[in-house]
Design a binder for this molecule. Structure first.
Ligand SMILES: [Zn+2]
Ligand SMILES: [Zn+2]
Length: 328
């Protein structure tokens, strides 16, 4: 009864793969054996769905109920470019190059998908007849890995050097989720994809995990007056919750900005004592003029600036002292 969406999706993937991706790969002499074209087509279609939802739902919500009123949205444009670059370039490329390589390194072949070393439904066989529950457990595990990574992105100087690019935006909007250092994306995606592979997440499930996680994060970055309510906001990250994570440091309450690291489930923040609720919204950005200067740069300039901070953090050891922001 519910087969038609899956059939329609498979037909769309197959059409795009055979009529666009495969000829392009052949033209560039990049065609390999296997179903790489299907994989790439799937990620491109997911990107299209995601952009359609951001532009058709989240962006109108920002106009209807904006949290911050901006006289112009020019500063948000670069984040839109990041979203297009990531969804239509970096993610399909990662699926084409890095995922097969990771699978190979972690010791399973395409023909032997059951060989995932920590395959969850082997360890917990009672989950096997409940695919939805199994998917939810995959989602919870990958989200916890993201939480741990995010804590380290703020705690380790070399990782903050890269992640700070995500935080340098002052106008956080529905496009801001993908504003990242590409090197940081590569670290993060390799770790999460590696864990997903180890616990036996199938490629289609992995793509769906990525889509769901990304969509909720696009919403949680939206400049919209929206809270999920006192119960639901403990279960899922909402825009008010993630916006507090992006607050500029408050010198009267030092450390307050070290909060709300969870990307999907606030449970991790609640358990590890980093959840912050019932705090009025605050201006976004960083209290460091050196990092805030990202806002004067284009995309290549921002990538280069993050790499320079990264190299500096690696060679100098402890985090370089922040240059006080002249905005006060
Ligand atoms: Zn962060
Ligand atoms: Zn964010």
């Amino acid at each position: 009864m519910f087969d038609w969406p899956a059939t329609a999706w498979a037909s769309a993937v197959s059409f795009l793969a055979h009529h666009a991706i495969a000829p392009l790969l052949a033209f560039a002499h990049l065609d390999r054996v296997g179903d790489d074209a299907d994989e790439i087509a799937q990620y491109l279609l997911i990107g299209l769905v995601q952009v359609a939802i951001i532009a058709g739902v989240f962006r109108p919500m920002e106009s209807l109920r904006p949290l911050e009123r901006w006289t112009d949205r020019r500063a948000t444009r670069i984040d839109r470019t990041y979203t297009f670059l990531k969804l239509f370039g970096l993610i399909p490329l990662f699926a084409y190059v890095a995922l097969p390589l990771l699978g190979h390194l972690l010791g399973a072949t395409d023909a032997d998908a059951a060989a995932a070393p920590l395959q969850l439904d082997v360890w917990l066989p009672w989950l096997r007849p409940h695919p939805l529950l199994l998917f939810f457990v995959y989602l919870a595990i990958t989200d916890f890995v993201y939480y741990a990574i995010h804590r380290l992105q703020h705690a380790l100087p070399w990782w903050w050097a890269l992640h700070s690019l995500h935080h340098s935006q002052r106008q956080i909007s529905c496009w801001s989720n993908d504003r990242d250092s590409i090197l940081d994306d590569l670290f993060e995606a390799s770790i999460v994809a590696g864990v997903a592979h180890l616990i036996g997440v199938a490629p289609v499930e992995y793509a769906l995990l990525v889509l769901l996680g990304e969509l909720l994060q696009n919403l949680s970055h939206a400049n919209v007056r929206l809270r999920f309510g006192r119960v639901l906001d403990k279960l899922l990250v909402d825009p008010a919750y993630h916006r507090l994570h992006h607050m500029r440091a408050d010198r009267t309450r030092p450390g307050l900005e070290n909060c709300n690291f969870a990307l999907i489930f606030p449970l991790w923040d609640i358990v590890f004592g980093t959840a912050l609720y019932r705090e009025p919204p605050r201006p976004c950005g960083v209290d460091d003029a050196g990092i805030d200067a990202d806002n004067t740069l284009g995309l290549p300039g921002q990538q280069w600036a993050a790499l320079r901070r990264f190299a500096h953090a690696l060679t100098r050891g402890p985090r370089a002292p922040a240059r006080p922001d002249p905005r006060g």
